[in-house]
Design a protein around this ligand. Structure first.
Ligand SMILES: Cc1ncc(COP(=O)(O)O)c(C=O)c1O
Length: 335
């Protein structure tokens, strides 16, 4: 089937671009030096593809549902819930599986106690500057001690510098990563362990001390990350159909707010300024020659933020040279 025969809106991954991204990252951070984050693509089939081509067997997850799906799919060699959970019951059922190794990030007495109750290995999650999860560096050893005395293994530390990864100024990014890693190093000196987990797509090559980087967006990419000078290429698009044209004024595409994560801005359309997005529509303006796409034509749109965009869709359609070659369910979406 040709891409233009697909019902729209439809989430499309260009396999050749994806292969390029997998290869570029695997060359820089081979095997366990990268722990791909499944939150960016939410598909066990795609995770299997990334593991097969990139050679990475350890994955990051953001939700217990992602952990469960990956374990059930036979991709549970070493799964990190790089996020806090208070659900000891569900965590315990996953930890009891003998085909999956599960480690969970903890940053408080409460989350340590959940890990102890579930019997999960932990990483001490440290606040390295992103105002989100993570304990103060000087509280890390106390939490590690609490976990160890509860009988679970402390594998090391995690510190996600999410406030840095999107900064388009490489020098500023480099300096900010160094500051964040100073904080993480302080915590690691006190906690110990073999694992130092940090980073994302924008900082994947700025880490010389972390043992693994948690990037996910590099696989599919978005217009926010394309502002950085990264060796990854746009592999994801949402294809739409032109459903209405006001000649000389605008054309209306059938993919809008419900097809795109919009927190990083509007999607883009080659050649046509985006006027605005509404629930089911995006209105685009004429190109520099005054032209508009014809009614019924198919138009690829590029999302500004990959993770929430993927989470709106049920299937990733894999295409090569314009032809559909596979369909990967987005089976890890939801909670
Ligand atoms: C905990 C954590 N680690 C790593 C990442 C890196 O992801 P990306 O590849 O989008 O930079 C994210 C993204 O939000 C995250 O939440």
């Amino acid at each position: 089937m040709h891409i233009e025969e697909l019902a729209t809106p439809v989430l499309v991954v260009d396999i050749d671009a994806l292969d390029h991204n997998i290869d570029a990252m695997a060359a820089a951070r081979p095997g366990p030096a990268l722990r791909p984050h499944v939150k960016a693509f939410k598909s066990t089939e795609m995770a299997r593809y990334v593991a097969g081509r990139g050679g990475h067997r350890n994955f990051c997850c953001a939700t217990l549902r992602e952990i469960r799906g990956m374990a059930f799919a036979g991709l549970g060699d070493d799964l990190l819930l790089a996020n806090e959970t208070l659900d000891a019951a569900v965590l315990a059922t996953l930890v009891r599986r003998d085909d999956a190794r599960i480690t969970v990030a903890v940053d408080s007495d409460e989350t340590v106690d959940v890990a102890v109750e579930a019997g999960a290995d932990v990483l001490i999650d440290v606040d390295v500057g992103l105002p989100r999860c993570g304990c103060r560096p000087d509280d890390a050893s106390r939490l590690a001690e609490r976990a160890r005395s509860g009988g679970v293994s402390v594998r090391g530390v995690m510190g996600y510098e999410g406030h840095v990864v999107g900064n388009p100024d490489r020098e500023a990014r480099t300096a900010a990563v160094a500051e964040s890693m100073d904080l993480l190093r302080r915590a690691h000196d006190a906690v110990g362990g073999d694992v130092v987990s940090a980073g994302g797509t924008g900082t994947y090559d700025l880490h010389d001390w972390a043992t693994e980087v948690q990037a996910g967006s590099y696989l599919l990419m978005d217009t926010a990350y394309s502002e950085l000078d990264l060796p990854f290429t746009q592999a994801l698009s949402v294809w739409s159909t032109v459903v209405s044209v006001s000649p000389g004024r605008w054309a209306v595409l059938d993919a809008g707010l419900k097809a795109f994560g919009m927190d990083h801005g509007n999607p883009t359309v080659d050649g046509h300024p985006v006027f605005f997005c509404s629930d089911e529509h995006t209105t685009v303006l004429p190109d520099s020659n005054g032209g508009l796409p014809a009614i019924g034509s198919k138009v690829p749109m590029t999302p500004a933020h990959v993770d929430p965009t993927v989470a709106y869709h049920e299937t990733l359609v894999a295409v090569s040279a314009g032809n559909v070659v596979d369909r990967w369910p987005v089976d890890l979406r939801g909670w």
